[in-house]
Design a binder for this molecule. Structure first.
Ligand code: NAD
Length: 483
């Protein structure tokens, strides 16, 4: 155990982070550092899997597949319920570890993420894919069934490392597949801990967890023994995943980036909406795929809305996520911080009006970025066109609803969108004209186990959650019997 991991152990955490391969917790020959984004100090070391360890994990999952697939849905669900109980037993520890490695506020971000993940495992475990009987054919009877695919490779990002990992673990295992899961190198610790918890619960090889650099990703996506990749991350990496998965025509679910518009209708109760729009845009410090990234406010109240949003944001504390009154934590990693610096510089160089924030204090010890509202930048500006993935958002004035719909749709992304107004029918009529996988009227970011979630255009391929999400972990098989 090295000194860093020892200090985490003294604070009551897992003493050494190991990978889970074929039911064994294993070290790697090399380790890599994991940073606390609130201090930029090294928090712990995580194992960097060698190529042969990744191969072993895939081989173990392949070996475990037939017996796991042969179990009934109820039997597999019982393992998931046991797993949910075991995660729940350490949820306080997991939430603190999540704050330490990801940065999000423990009270407002990490605990809800861990609680939500446990809920998700249990709910998914209770779902079933039904066999469809086709009996109206004259000479034949047919059944449409769902069979597992084999070994699934799951690849996750750093913004919701616990939730997004378990969104893949639960449906993958329930449907009879086995799994190799790779977390982001920026946030591997919670996932490794989830592997340690899984060790005593699932049969050997059913779930394997390997950590390391980005290079593990291509090894998984090109591996002939992986049948499906379930990927969450950026659109740029999603394209690479798709290219590299082509050799054996892997099934793919790609949950990618977004640039979600929120349209505040002319009749919106804009004053009452301020706290909700704040959370929609700045929650998780703007680091969520379905965060509101462009706000279109009607010109009759745009200036007053911008001022109210800016005033409200000044009351929301940005700080270390371990402090109970912190609303927004730091940006998770230096790469993302540098991307945001470039975007902030672009706002400055173009003299866009900033209603609050606008300057990153680079002398702070962690990756802290101030809440920033850019007031009415041009439609073709970087801040409107790009996905910032940080606490900065443009608020754009509009007059004509058809024009704003055209602007909202003129994006290569199509993940989510929201429309806010007193007249629900009018708001719903607008949302029906917007292009995205999920769309909310008078709400945003609402997700549920039964709601399919997936992006259009560059925001992805396929769905997670809902019946559709479960089906994506299966092959559809039609059995035809002559009467
Ligand atoms: P990223 O694409 O850089 O990394 C995601 C994962 O892919 C990491 O585990 C990384 O190690 C791995 N990876 C890197 N190169 C790879 C390759 N060539 N082949 C296979 N895997 C590879 O994304 P990120 O920076 O971790 O996450 C931020 C992005 O994720 C944002 O664009 C955000 O919108 C998106 N995101 C989408 C959703 C969604 O559900 N649609 C959810 C969360 C985040």
């Amino acid at each position: 155990m090295n000194a860093l991991n020892k200090s985490l152990a003294e604070a009551g955490f897992c003493s050494e982070y190991k990978m889970l391969i074929n039911g064994k917790l294993v070290r790697a020959e090399a380790n890599f550092p994991v940073y606390n984004p609130a201090t930029n100090e090294v928090l712990a070391e995580a194992p960097a899997a060698s190529a042969s360890q990744v191969d072993s994990a895939i081989a173990a999952a392949k070996l475990a597949f037939p017996a796991w697939a042969a179990l009934s849905w109820d039997e597999r669900a019982s393992y998931l319920y046991a797993y949910a109980d075991a995660v729940e037993a350490v949820k306080e520890e997991l939430a603190t570890l999540l704050t330490l490695e990801q940065g999000k506020p423990r009270r407002l971000g990490a605990i809800p993420e861990v609680d939500g993940s446990i809920y998700w495992i249990r709910e998914i475990a209770s779902r079933r894919l039904k066999t469809e009987e086709i009996s109206h054919l004259r000479d034949h009877h047919a059944e449409v069934i769902h069979t597992p695919l084999g070994v699934v490779g799951a690849i996750t990002p750093w913004n919701y490392p616990v939730l997004l990992a378990l969104w893949k673990v639960a449906p993958c295992l329930l449907t009879g597949n086995t799994l190799v899961l790779k977390p982001s190198p920026y946030t591997p610790l919670c996932t490794l801990r989830l592997g340690e918890i899984a060790q005593g619960i699932f049969p050997d090889g059913v779930i394997n967890i390997v950590s390391g650099t980005d290079e593990i990703g291509p090894q998984m996506t090109s591996h002939p023994d992986i049948a499906k990749i379930s990927f969450t991350g950026s659109s740029a990496t999603g394209r690479r995943v798709m290219e590299s998965s082509s050799a054996n025509l892997k099934r793919l679910t790609l949950e990618l980036g977004g640039n979600d518009p929120a349209i505040l209708m002319p009749d919106a109760d804009w004053e009452a909406l301020v706290p909700r729009i704040f959370s929609a845009a700045f929650g998780n410090s703007g680091q969520w795929c379905i965060g509101t990234k462009r706000i279109y406010a009607h010109s009759s109240y745009h200036a007053r809305f911008v001022k109210a949003l800016a005033d409200y944001s000044r009351t929301q504390k940005v700080g270390n996520g371990l402090e109970d009154d912190t609303v927004l934590g730091p940006v998770q990693n230096r790469m993302q911080y540098d991307k945001l610096r470039s975007l902030f510089n672009d706002v400055k160089e173009n003299n866009y009006t900033v209603a609050v924030g606008g300057t990153i204090d680079e002398n702070l010890p962690g990756n802290f970025v101030p809440v920033t509202i850019v007031d009415n930048p041009p439609e073709n500006s970087r801040i409107v066109q790009e996905e910032p993935f940080g606490p900065i958002v443009p608020v754009i004035a509009y007059d004509d609803i058809d024009d704003v719909i055209t602007k909202a749709n003129a994006s290569p992304f199509g993940l989510g969108c929201s429309v806010w107004g007193r007249d629900v029918d009018a708001a719903t009529a607008v949302i029906r004209r917007l292009e995205s996988g999920i769309a909310w009227v008078n709400d945003s970011q609402f997700l549920d186990v039964d709601l399919p979630f997936g992006g259009h255009k560059l925001s992805g391929l396929g769905n997670e959650n809902g019946r559709q999400g479960l089906e994506e972990f299966t092959n559809c098989r039609t059995i035809v019997i002559r009467k």
